[in-house]
Ligand binder design. Structure first.
Ligand code: M6R
Length: 609
């Protein structure tokens, strides 16, 4: 997830582009840059870190010109350095990109064979070179971009300028957002509406597979195969604050709804259905090493620890290697026994959590193999770990983690299948079922998110509860724990997430008509057992809200209310059962009027032990 802005018109556009990037900084903030045509040539200024660093760089090297593109980066390929910052230049071409190019290695190999030298480690630079190659063959900018993008597989929004045709910006979109803004004798493009809202309210979001030419006079829009598109722009009625949150009331709600896209980005290029395998050399384990591992430790805190609990179950189930999950703060304190045949996997959305970092260092010092699952590229944890599997959720602004959690779940499936295939414990047939189910999840998740209004209604009575109990078994136990954490974090209602079988060993004493029970009970091998546990709660007058699989005919006799989720493979149910719990917590908090995005006493990154 990165931010793009582009301009063509009569104004000198450097300040305007920076201003737009400032309103897109929530999409990425590890580096930024501008490319502007000054009447003779394209000049580029880039800087690592926050946008303020670019502003400083532009003071030393001002850019003047009326056609330009800008970018704020959220690294996916290549560290956050100046050479990896956008715009990327190849000859007469400068380009900014948001997305992930799946076949970048294959394309890079082809270009290298033709003598192309690369300045960066990014997937984006390859697209710049492809366009330059087409341009050098005599094509105009539009045709060059069109022909280059036909070779590309993956997600992209691009804005491109050309020293040979400097009166225009060419834009294209596939899976990553791009909106066109229409001014009086000037045109804009951006990853999101707020970037250009101060300049125009007349906008047109591009559809998948569209490519457009932006001269000052307007938009010429086509599909990638060259068919003209006649869609009309419309007027945006949101104010700037609404626009930044994509029309949602809070970042958390926006991020909940972004999850299908975040999962798609995390899986992009990593699932090879034809080969029934996970393509992720970044896991850093060859077949012999994968076979030699005798134990896996997952270490994490908070929500990431709940993802780790799921990872543990899947790793044992699919890779048949003993696995254990540790709270990072406890792992450090108890002088653990780890060594060279252990794989220690640190899980962290921020990559900066000190407890997890210290635990990881301790494991590494004892000779364990180390890997991390992290969302922020080049943060502290991946710099220490032997290998890093990055989730591609994009920046998460809401303090309560949502999309980072589900992308961590996706990473867990990738690792478990990767290990299972290499250790010979996972049959091709089962691996195919899991991977097929995995790539279908975004679709199923969208179906759950469509229940938003129903879930909002079910949340209303929960807002007056003093305490709530979340129950789950098997892979639903981590989800119960996460559901409870989410509710307490943002609504300040006391909540417990319990393994349902454990309820009778104590928590059952809490149950009465005032304590709502939220039971996560999708169709799986432990369904009958949790159904009995829920009956036990019902017998003590509990009011039960069940999360169950669509088509479950018995649940009406057990639960007072039910949220139905689509049927998925039993190993993958957490992806669809998590979403209703996030929405429930969100709406409960919103009804209570708490500060949803910045709940009291919490911080997004916890860098104290
Ligand atoms: O950045 P990390 O994933 O390492 O953070 C760990 C916890 O601090 C974090 O998950 C916390 O529990 C969140 N507020 C959850 O919403």
């Amino acid at each position: 997830m990165c931010g793009i802005v582009g301009y063509v018109g009569p104004q000198s556009c450097s300040d305007l582009l920076v201003d737009g990037l400032r309103r897109l900084e929530y999409r990425g903030y590890d580096s930024a840059g501008l490319a502007i045509y000054d009447g003779k040539k394209i000049s580029v200024v880039r800087a690592v870190g926050k946008l303020q660093n670019l502003v400083k760089a532009l003071r030393e090297q001002p850019l003047e010109g009326t056609v330009g593109i800008g970018h704020t980066r959220w690294a996916t390929h290549g560290r956050p350095t100046e050479v990896n910052a956008h715009p990327h230049v190849a000859g007469n071409i400068a380009l900014v990109h948001n997305g992930i190019i799946e076949n970048h290695l294959e394309l890079k190999r082809q270009l290298a064979e033709q003598g192309v030298k690369f300045a960066s480690d990014t997937d984006t630079e390859i697209v710049a070179h492809l366009i330059h190659r087409e341009s050098s063959a005599g094509n105009d900018l539009f045709t060059s971009v069109q022909r280059a993008l036909r070779q590309v597989r993956g997600a992209y929004a691009v804005a491109v300028i050309d020293q040979k045709q400097p009166d225009r910006v060419v834009v294209a979109k596939n899976a990553s957002p791009l909106v066109i803004g229409f001014g009086e004798g000037e045109m804009f493009c951006a990853s999101d509406i707020p970037a250009i809202l101060p300049y125009t309210k007349i906008m047109l979001p591009l559809d998948e597979g569209e490519i457009g030419i932006l001269p000052r006079e307007g938009l010429q829009l086509f599909t990638l195969d060259g068919t003209s598109v006649g869609r009309q722009p419309h007027t945006i009625t949101w104010n700037a604050a609404q626009a930044e949150k994509g029309g949602f009331k809070h970042f958390m709600l926006k991020e909940i709804h972004e999850q299908p896209r975040a999962i798609e980005d995390t899986l992009r290029g990593r699932v090879d259905l034809a080969a029934t395998d996970v393509v992720a050399s970044e896991i850093g384990l060859d077949e012999a090493t994968a076979k030699s591992i005798q134990r896996v430790y997952f270490i994490a805190c908070g929500t990431s620890h709940h993802a780790a609990l799921y990872g543990r179950i899947l790793t044992e189930h699919l890779a048949r290697v003993p696995a254990t999950t540790e709270l990072a703060s406890e792992f450090i304190g108890r002088d653990p026994v780890v060594g060279p045949t252990d794989l220690v996997i640190a899980v962290s959305q921020s990559g900066e959590t000190l407890d997890t970092l210290v635990a990881l260092k301790a494991a590494k010092a004892q000779g364990a193999k180390t890997l991390c699952i992290v969302n922020v590229i080049d943060s502290a944890i991946p710099r220490v770990a032997g290998a890093a599997l990055y989730t591609h959720a994009g920046p998460e602004i809401g303090v309560a983690s949502t999309k980072c959690f589900t992308t961590q779940l996706a990473a867990m499936v990738l690792i478990a299948v990767y290990l299972g295939r290499r250790r010979g414990t996972l049959s091709q047939e089962r691996a195919h079922t899991i991977l097929q189910g995995l790539v279908e999840l975004p679709h199923q998740m969208r179906a759950v998110l469509a229940l938003d209004d129903i879930i909002r209604d079910l949340a209303r009575p929960l807002a007056s509860a003093k305490s709530a109990l979340f129950l789950g078994r098997g892979v639903s136990y981590p989800i119960a724990a996460e559901g409870a954490l989410k509710l307490k974090e943002i609504s300040y209602i006391h909540a417990e997430g319990y393994a349902a079988g454990e309820m009778k060993h104590g928590p059952i004493a809490l149950i009465d008509a005032e304590v709502p029970v939220i039971a996560i009970m999708p169709d799986d091998t432990v369904y009958d057992k949790i159904a009995s546990n829920v009956q036990e709660a019902k017998a003590r007058e509990a009011r039960v809200l069940a999360i169950a699989t669509k088509g479950n005919a018995d649940i009406g006799g057990i639960a007072n209310n039910t949220i139905y989720v689509p049927k998925v493979d039993p190993a993958l149910t957490p992806f669809v059962t998590t979403l209703p719990l996030q929405l429930l917590s969100y709406y409960v908090a919103d009804f209570k009027g708490t500060d949803v995005d910045q709940p009291r006493n919490l911080a997004k990154t916890v860098t104290v032990e």
